[in-house]
Design a protein around this ligand. Structure first.
Ligand code: DC
Length: 227
């Protein structure tokens, strides 16, 4: 079987990483959560004085970009990779609400995207990769053999994300989560640099009414036609 590149894009909290992780496991591919990389850069910006309250100082971050090293390390207990920011495991920290509230501003900065896209392309050089994000099928891997554009109804997404935060013991309200998703989608789809949009050759997957198993078998069926 030939190894392919799988690009999964879509709105926030559509279950992109869940599907990408399952696909990678089934196929023996590498899973890359590109959103984690933007989150790690956002965390660095927050920890290094580049946010004035809620507002990002772009120059501050651009001047510090060379100080930021992003790597992944496999976490056997999770069955997925944790992200390292300058050698420190920040997998949990980057999922916190204050990072979620600030990350879209960071992901809109051209220089940040340039740096992260180059790392992502290098990670996918040998194929056999499943990467999820916002610009994977359009910018990072425009020649990916399989592109999936995921979507789900906003109320379904907010409820899923809220449940996820609750199990992690992260304090938030459903309304707060709903607002965060709305704001992020708005910034991600309207930004100048590589906005979230469906690649012309992507297959749309609306999983509002699908179980994880159902969406996985749909996607595996698409893969089997390409390999
Ligand atoms: O997938 P996520 O919610 O963890 O992504 C965090 C943020 O990073 C989100 O606001 C969109 C942005 N992002 C992006 O612009 N491009 C990507 N390839 C992945 C994420």
């Amino acid at each position: 079987m030939n190894r392919i590149t799988i690009a999964i894009d879509g709105y926030s909290s559509c279950g992109k990483s869940t599907l990408a992780k399952q696909l990678a496991k089934e196929l023996g591919y590498t899973f890359v959560d590109s959103g984690a990389m933007y989150r790690a850069v956002a965390l660095y910006a927050m920890q290094n004085g580049c946010f004035n309250h809620h507002e990002l100082n772009e120059n501050c971050l651009v001047n510090k970009l060379d100080e930021i090293a992003i790597q992944f390390t496999f976490n056997a207990s999770r069955g997925a990779s944790d992200i390292l920011l300058n050698g420190k495991n920040v997998e949990n920290e980057i999922r916190q609400m204050d990072v979620s509230n600030k990350v879209s501003q960071v992901a809109a900065v051209k220089e940040v995207r340039k740096k992260l896209v180059a790392i992502q392309q290098e990670m996918g050089r040998n194929k056999g990769v499943v990467m999820d994000g916002r610009d994977i099928g359009t910018v990072v891997f425009p020649h990916a053999e399989l592109k999936i554009f995921m979507t789900a109804r906003p109320e379904v997404r907010a409820a899923r994300r809220y449940a996820e935060l609750e199990t992690k013991g992260e304090p938030s309200t459903l309304e707060e989560v709903r607002k965060n998703l709305e704001t992020r989608d708005n910034i991600d789809t309207t930004r100048k640099e590589d906005p979230l949009k469906q690649a012309e050759d992507a297959i749309v997957l609306d999983n509002s009414g699908l179980s994880q198993d159902e969406q996985l078998s749909l996607a595996l069926n698409w893969v089997s036609k390409l390999t």
